[in-house]
Ligand binder design. Sequence first.
Ligand code: F6R
Length: 261
Amino acid sequence: MEVIISTTPDEAGRLAADAISGLVRRRPEAVLGVATGSSPLIIYNELGRRVAQGSLSLANARAFLLDEYVGLPADHPQRYRNVIRGEFVDKVDIDPAQVFGPDGLAADLASACEAYERAIADAGGIDLQILGIGTDGHIAFNEPGSSLASRTRIKTLTSQTRSDNARFFGGNVEVVPQHCLTQGIGTILQARHILLVASGRGKAEAVHQLAEGPVSAMWPATALQLHPHVTVLLDTAAASRLQLASYYIGTYQGKPSWQGF
Ligand code: F6R
């Protein structure tokens, strides 16, 4: 796991966009895994800037969402398919028909989850997965206690996650859905490269556990320690609980230029 502590959000967004640009140059039809929430916005904005400038094209890329609320009406602004359209798809040149998410409105949710797993596999798997992290250590919506081998399925959100996300629902926790469909931890671990981005002191404990805690379902993000290619991009506040912060900083400063991401 490579931990990079950036001093500005712009720098973190640039580094993530560099990794994605490099991938798409090598493989224009790359499969991206996209997260919603606040954390990846710095990445999507930077990708949008590069596409507008003409230095990047995602025209042949495909994208899969991590998760979706169950039961939000098709036109609800917080339905993740709508969120990702506004925050990512509309900013770049990806074909909207090539952006997929689990169907939180399916009559048969279990079959929808199986179909989603098949769609990811049929696309050849995810080349680069963008992740945020919850204050309780969730990745996607794999809440504490999730199986580290889990696949896409229905989950119940914790009250902490619902209250963290109330800011997207006018501050009213009561209207934050209780259920979601989410890629499992086992699904996420199959992505070839995982890029997790976190900022702010509220994430510091979860980030400490992610990088330095024992692997445990109580902190689902710790499962990423089992993956061979994870890049963690942090601001100084999110990095403030790391025991090895100065080691990570020195390692990155001395990183050979040929090494890349
Ligand atoms: C969103 C997702 C969640 C968020 C996490 C952090 O698709 O899967 O795991 O990444 O809740 O959210 P923010 O970035 O809003 O703090």
